[in-house]
Design a protein around this ligand. Structure first.
Ligand SMILES: Nc1ncnc2c1ncn2[C@@H]1O[C@H](COP(=O)(O)OP(=O)(O)OP(=O)(O)O)[C@@H](O)[C@H]1O
Ligand SMILES: [Mg+2]
Length: 293
């Protein structure tokens, strides 16, 4: 049973936006699906959500929702367009900055463009409570930089040994570069929850033993055979199937992650995120260890 969020919602007003990177060790584990559905659930819970697609992969937010940004960040930098022209409003009112807007090319900006863009994002994010970043899978430099610059990271994994190993490797890299980073994980495509819980405990115990960290597990999302229907219709799954087990479990995970006392919020605001990201893009502050396990 999901508790009332009314008081939490009020308490969180006037806070800086919370920047959450959604990433994984292995590709195709359900990051984009989760990001979109989470954005929708948080919007229903009265949060103002901005979903930024920083994923270079094929199955990104554009494809899932059938979005095409008419303009790119270059139009914003050039002063031809405003932030709201590239932030598209979808589903129940959350905003998306699609990958087609060129978010992933933030690396290529010169210092003046960067400063300008920081200002633009800062203004655009003023009316945002939660920024979700759909990050590409794996330990590629961009994915790691986006994750390290965010306030907290949610790693998605499957309850199977190879995926768990990849999730562990991802956490190791992130914690090596940013030892205080709040990292949690969520299990997707769960068939048997007791088995997935056992895998989650294993992941936590290796993290405690070898990384000196104990990541929180925020939930277990079931395999949904109708997920493909939502994808084909270019719709948000929880909008089509609000009573599904996936919707229920994701809502519970959202409560745990976004509203439970022990889970934050840690919010530096969007400008803090962008400046940190830019510093990392400029080549400093990133630490990717050579061994992965
Ligand atoms: N709980 C689920 N049950 C069934 N299918 C799912 C579930 N979650 C995701 N999928 C499906 O798995 C596929 C991959 O999902 P998605 O594109 O969200 O993964 P991703 O991690 O973003 O991938 P990439 O690394 O390529 O960006 C999609 O076809 C999606 O519909
Ligand atoms: Mg994706």
């Amino acid at each position: 049973m999901v508790p009332s969020i009314h008081n939490h919602t009020q308490a969180h007003q006037n806070k800086k936006s919370r920047i959450v990177a959604i990433t994984s060790g292995k590709g195709g584990v359900g990051k984009t699906t989760l990001s979109i559905n989470l954005a929708r659930i948080l919007t229903e819970l009265q949060k103002r959500v901005l979903l930024i697609d920083a994923d270079l992969g094929l199955a990104n937010v554009d494809i899932h929702l059938g979005l095409q940004s008419q303009y790119t960040l270059q139009d914003v930098i050039g002063g031809r367009k405003k932030f709201q022209d590239i932030a598209l409003v979808v589903s129940n009112g959350f905003r998306v900055i699609p990958a087609s807007s060129g978010v992933q090319n933030l690396t290529d900006l010169n210092p003046e463009e960067r400063d300008f863009l920081i200002g633009v994002f800062q203004k655009g994010a003023e009316s945002t409570d939660i920024v979700l970043l759909d990050i590409g899978a794996g330990i590629g430099a961009n994915a790691v930089k986006f994750s390290q610059a965010s306030d907290e990271v949610l790693v998605i994994t499957h309850p199977e040994p190879a995926a768990i190993t990849d999730a562990y490797a991802m956490m190791k890299i992130l914690w090596t570069g940013a030892p205080d980073k709040k990292i949690s994980f969520i299990m997707n495509m769960v068939q048997v929850e007791t088995e997935a819980k056992r895998m989650a405990q294993n992941l936590k115990s290796v993290c405690r033993q070898f990384l000196n960290h104990d990541p929180d597990c925020v939930g277990f999302l079931p395999v949904e055979s109708k997920m493909r229907t939502a994808l084909v219709k270019r719709k948000v799954f929880v909008e089509l199937y609000p009573d599904s087990l996936y919707a229920q479990k994701l809502k519970e995970a959202a409560f745990k992650f976004f509203f439970h006392k022990s889970f934050g919020p840690i919010a530096r605001g969007f400008s803090g995120f962008i400046s940190k990201l830019m510093k990392k893009m400029a080549g400093s502050g990133i630490d990717i260890p050579s061994g992965s396990a």
